[in-house]
Design a binder for this molecule. Structure first.
Ligand code: SF4
Length: 285
């Protein structure tokens, strides 16, 4: 069985930075260390952080005498302001790509644009971003929704960092010609677009794809969606034990990719499990 791996898969720059900042703080801090929402979207990593004493708390939690770490997806300005007033220290682990979206939202709001956010309104990144956009904001997640938008004389667009490029292009194509002044900030992060392109490429060459990552991770789910759109059977798994050998019957080529919050050790575990299955299969033949 041949295994094709996206060599770039694993922790992205933003996740690596947040993990490093958290580890450094946990080592030196005498105060409680809390993250505002999960630091990253990977349940196994969050469990490991808990063992190191890092608690996950809600945005409205009591943070007195605690170091409050802002998650990679960021928080809204009012939440950050309260945390700065009440906690002993705020550590901003918001990914710089997400920070850039916040700055664009702020700019568009000040320049009197109606802001259109393309993304999932229930995702923490978008909830935080809405806080920067002010009152004149609309969120859409599907190309069809772009058709029902009212006319705006000035519309500024910001895209969720992990949004699929092709879907964003479809929405933008519908806006061109309908809006007098359209300003678009491409805020899809490079890591996300590279992974999406690689996933589609690998999915086109294999009989089965494994996407390794948290089920609560938007970028992981989107990778799985992209692989399925290629017509390739795809399994989203969090740990190697989830591999079902029956899926691999008659499969000679398998692909692997992973979300931005998936540690390399987990990807290595998946490869090891697949190699074990391949070896056992070769012995039976
Ligand atoms: S996927 Fe992109 S935006 Fe999200 S944390 Fe990683 S680098 Fe930042």
């Amino acid at each position: 069985m041949e295994i094709i791996l996206d060599e770039g898969a694993g922790f992205c720059f933003g996740v690596e930075r947040a993990m490093r900042m958290t580890a450094e703080t946990t080592t030196v801090s005498r105060d409680r260390v809390v993250t505002i929402g999960p630091l990253i979207h990977n349940p196994q990593v969050i469990e490991e952080l808990k063992k190191e004493g890092v608690e996950v708390v809600k945005e409205d939690a009591d943070v007195h005498n605690a170091v409050a770490i802002l998650r990679t997806h960021g928080v809204s300005p009012d939440v950050e302001q309260r945390l700065r007033q009440e906690s002993s220290q705020v550590l901003d682990a918001t990914c710089p790509y997400v920070k850039k979206s916040h700055q664009y939202a702020d700019l568009l709001r000040r320049e009197d644009y109606h802001i259109l956010i393309i993304g999932d309104q229930n995702h923490p990144e978008i909830k935080g971003l809405i806080g920067y956009a002010g009152k004149r904001v609309t969120v859409i997640n599907l190309p069809e929704e772009a058709e029902n938008l009212p006319h705006f004389p000035k519309l500024g667009v910001i895209i969720q960092t992990t949004y699929p490029i092709e879907k964003a292009q479809k929405i933008l194509a519908k806006l061109v010609g309908r809006i007098t002044e359209l300003r678009v900030f491409n805020t899809i992060c490079d890591y996300t677009s590279d992974r999406q392109i690689a996933a589609a490429h690998i999915a086109g060459k294999v009989q089965l794809m494994y996407v390794v990552g948290g089920r609560n991770s938007a970028n992981t789910s989107k990778l799985a969606e992209i692989c399925r759109q290629k017509g390739t059977p795809t399994r989203l798994i969090e740990v190697p034990d989830e591999i079902d050998e029956r899926d691999l019957e008659n499969v000679e080529r398998v692909g692997i990719t992973a979300g931005a919050s998936t540690p390399e050790v987990r990807i290595a575990g998946v490869i090891e499990r697949l190699e074990q299955i391949a070896t056992a299969r070769a012995l039976v033949r």
